[in-house]
Design a protein around this ligand. Structure first.
Ligand code: NAD
Length: 304
């Protein structure tokens, strides 16, 4: 029997959740809901599913729910889904506050429900391909720059963009954090629009992470320096370059994995985890750890 999935919030990103669930095999897009009823009707028409003016009614008609509403609403909607015994996929960040995230994780555990969080770069083919090349990183640099689009501004850029790289970098460093320093600025909104964080790990690894929604061009890059090489990953082109020293100087080779849509890979995996009752690659706990680090960075930024 097909898994009935509903999508709550079909704005910029939620429309893609709806499209992908409509495309996936053994999945029925049971319906969509949005605070903007006209938008829900439009997406429901496009993907031939029901439109629910009230998301509580959508929950009743699903086995699993994807929550793609603004971050500040995740906690209320996630808890309602869990109380109704639904498996859930929550877009990143899991929530805006640590206590909210912890409550969601505890409720999912108590109910035995699958909880996956949308840190989609884990599914980027370049990240997957680079994994086997990384050993004992000494210095990691991440840059995630976007032009100002007016989206995601209910939260600081650290919560909207930097959290992706916090999740990836801490996964690569595999060590406890020793110290964090950070600087940031509010320019176009009353929240942090650009920030840099310097993280030192107990292993000796150090990371410089930059996020901005004030850039002229979109850029998403990760560089990992280690003893005999450095790895450069372009999240957008999904290309990996490994630079190393040879007789002629600095040489590099290129790994170009098959291009895939990370969101589709991620939602396919969610369905797999629901069907097989296994813990997702990005569990609520891991997403909460990333949130906790971002909130520490925000505290440092507030002190300036
Ligand atoms: P958006 O503003 O384009 O869409 C949000 C939609 O939710 C809107 O259509 C809005 O009407 C609806 N909505 C708001 N409150 C609601 C409520 N209480 N009930 C039902 N619907 C409600 O925002 P977006 O850019 O699509 O972001 C949504 C979420 O996805 C955010 O958590 C964001 O951080 C996340 N996001 C993740 C990525 C990623 O790379 N994984 C990228 C973009 C956005």
């Amino acid at each position: 029997m097909a898994l009935r999935v509903g999508v709550i919030g079909v704005g910029y990103l939620g429309q893609h959740h709806a499209r992908i669930f409509a495309e996936l095999q053994h999945v029925e897009l049971a319906g969509v809901s949005d605070a903007n009823a006209a938008r829900a009707d439009e997406i429901a028409g496009k993907y031939s599913c029901a439109s629910f003016p009230d998301w509580h009614a959508l929950i009743e008609n699903c086995d699993a729910v994807s929550i793609v509403t603004p971050t500040t609403t995740h906690h209320e909607i996630a808890l309602a889904c869990l109380y109704a015994d639904k498996d859930i996929f929550i877009e990143k960040p899991i929530a805006g506050r640590l206590e909210e995230a912890q409550e969601i994780v505890a409720e999912a555990d108590a109910k035995g429900r699958i909880l996956q969080v949308g840190h989609l770069e884990r599914y980027n083919p370049a990240i997957v391909a680079a994994a086997s090349l990384i050993h004992k990183p000494g210095f990691i640099e991440a840059e995630r720059l976007s032009p100002f689009l007016g989206r995601g501004i209910d939260v600081d850029v650290t919560l909207d963009l930097m959290i992706h790289d916090i999740d990836i970098v801490t996964g690569i460093a595999q060590s406890k954090i020793r110290s964090i320093s950070a600087a940031g600025d509010r320019v176009l909104t009353d929240r942090i629009d650009a920030a840099k964080a310097w993280i030192e790990f107990e292993s000796g690894c150090k990371a410089l992470i930059t996020a901005s929604r004030l850039a002229t061009e979109k850029m998403r890059k990760l560089r990992i320096h280690q003893e005999d090489s450095y790895i450069s990953i372009d999240y957008q082109s999904q290309e990996v370059r490994r630079y190393f020293k040879d007789a002629t100087g600095l040489a590099f080779d290129v790994i170009k994995p098959e291009n895939k849509e990370p969101l589709k890979e991620e939602l396919k995996d969610f369905v797999f985890c629901v069907d097989n009752r296994i813990c997702p690659r990005v569990s609520g706990r891991e997403a909460t750890q990333a949130l906790e680090i971002v909130l520490r960075i925000n505290e440092i930024l507030e002190q300036k």
